[in-house]
Design a protein around this ligand. Structure first.
Ligand code: ARG
Length: 483
């Protein structure tokens, strides 16, 4: 395609076309207004390709220098906002190439030797996504750190643990928060795993079948940092596959969806804990909004929106996976539709992780160097809630088992005790010893220790359990791991 033709693509791609594209079709097929955000990856990919073409003697050293000069200027133009993006040039690739040719002439026209937009776009998306995955990894670390530090301050704050949203057993609030740290740690592992498969080079696949030029694909991979942990170049090994599959984008969106699902579960808990009926926590006012009609309201908009945006990200996963399912080999234009869902997934996830780290852990006050404005805990409300639901009933059963009563019998005995406490509208620990002994003669005075919330907590001292000693050990492990 000559420069003249690139400039006037609306008229014709080449001599083959006898009529121009209609304005509607042009708008329908163009992607430049969203894929221009790939520009840095596009330029990096082009420079690596040009460097290899020169090293292989396919273009001259002068051409390479001209391409580098042109790309430096284009970078400056895009960064300063003076670059003119043209719808007529369809996408980011053609826009940059056309400008390069305008700036450096024939050298610019030689850049596309041995390359197609098919392997170019696949490379660009992978490079761009790799950078975003690295940013997301950092944000996941920040969020985990925020949770660990709030957990550290709340190791012996007790709240009711729930099953079926019914009071089940007392747990440490620190322990509860660390459950989310485990989830986000696995999310980070998944992202690192997706990164390995994203960081492979399609360039050199050309349109679909490879190319007649003697390319050195491994050199390009190394230039772009597409190497494994041993520094070995990572190159897509089949040209048809390299240009066409978007499984890396799908896996990424699946990993992002799971992260959002974890955020959404946490959101749901924050919303419940903040409701007047619980009153367990408060979040800083800047993450809430008021009501236009009810002056007393403070609504947890940020967690609610995060829960809502989870649906949006899961929707993108469905979109991408459906986009792929009907495509025969190799490249099809359908794939241009991968970008908006992928971009929106990245934006939504990054914003959400950032806002959650701040909402939970607070922000550093530059004057004091201390974090301020994270969630605040109402330990008394949590304790009262834990006292309400016979949360230590299992402990009474365990107490009897330790005295030789078979577990099923102990379970039945405790059910009677709970029934009695319910009819007296009191907690198990408030029943007089004589009454408790009426349920089982093996019950003695020491029973009250196991009926207390703290006794119950301390007793669950197995690895991964809620006893403060265990929670503290987990906090130390996470601190060492997160740095
Ligand atoms: N804008 C296109 C995309 O996003 C680039 C590749 C186009 N290739 C082609 N042969 N039309 O997928």
């Amino acid at each position: 395609m000559s420069q003249n033709q690139l400039d006037t693509k609306s008229q014709a791609w080449s001599a083959l076309f006898s009529e121009p594209m209609s304005e509607l079709v042009k708008r329908y097929t163009a992607s430049v207004f969203f894929d221009k955000r790939l520009w840095q990856a596009d330029i990096a990919g082009s420079l690596a390709h040009a460097d290899m073409l020169a090293a292989q003697g396919i273009i001259s050293a002068d051409d390479l220098a001209a391409i580098q000069r042109g790309m430096a200027q284009i970078t400056q133009e895009i960064e300063s906002g003076t670059f003119e993006w043209k719808l007529d040039l369809e996408d980011v690739h053609l826009n940059i190439e056309a400008r390069l040719t305008q700036l450096v002439g024939d050298a610019g026209k030689r850049l596309h030797t041995g390359r197609s937009r098919n392997d170019q776009v696949a490379t660009d998306v992978r490079l761009w996504l790799r950078g975003e995955i690295d940013l997301i990894g950092g944000l996941l670390t920040d969020l985990q750190k925020a949770l660990v530090e709030i957990a550290a301050r709340n190791v012996d704050v007790i709240l009711p643990g729930f099953t079926h949203l019914q009071v089940a057993q007392p747990v440490s609030f620190g322990h509860h928060l660390l459950a989310y740290v485990e989830m986000f740690a696995r999310d980070a592992e998944r992202m690192a795993d997706v990164r390995r498969r994203t960081n492979r080079l399609p360039l050199g696949s050309a349109a679909l079948a490879g190319t007649t030029y003697p390319l050195d694909r491994e050199r390009v991979a190394r230039t772009l940092g597409m190497v494994d942990e041993h520094g070995v170049a990572q190159v897509c090994q089949n040209s048809l596959d390299g240009v066409s599959d978007r499984d890396f984008a799908i896996e990424f969106t699946a990993a992002a969806s799971l992260t959002m699902v974890h955020i959404s579960r946490l959101s749901e808990e924050l919303i419940i804990w903040m409701s007047q009926n619980f009153g367990f926590i408060r979040i800083a006012d800047r993450f809430t909004t008021g009501s236009s009609i009810m002056p007393q309201k403070k609504n947890p908009d940020v967690p609610e929106l995060a829960r809502g945006k989870t649906g949006r990200v899961v929707g993108h996963l469905m979109g991408l996976i459906t986009l792929m399912k009907g495509q025969p080999l190799a490249y099809n234009k359908d794939n241009q539709e991968d970008k908006e869902p992928l971009f929106d997934t990245v934006d939504t996830l990054k914003d959400t992780l950032r806002i959650f780290a701040e909402m939970i852990g607070g922000q550093v006050n530059p004057a004091t160097g201390q974090k301020e404005g994270g969630i605040t805990v109402n330990r008394e409300a949590m304790k009262q809630a834990a006292l309400k639901g016979y949360a230590t009933a299992t402990d009474l059963a365990d107490y009897l088992v330790k005295k030789g009563v078979p577990f099923r019998d102990a379970h039945e005995t405790v059910a009677h005790a709970v029934k009695a406490a319910t009819s007296h509208a009191c907690d198990l620990s408030e029943l007089p010893l004589a009454v408790l002994q009426g349920f089982h003669p093996l019950i003695e005075k020491d029973v009250y220790e196991c009926l207390s919330l703290r006794g119950s907590l301390n007793a669950r001292n197995t690895l991964g359990g809620t006893a403060p000693a265990q929670v503290q050990a987990q906090i130390e492990r996470h601190r060492a791991r997160l740095g």
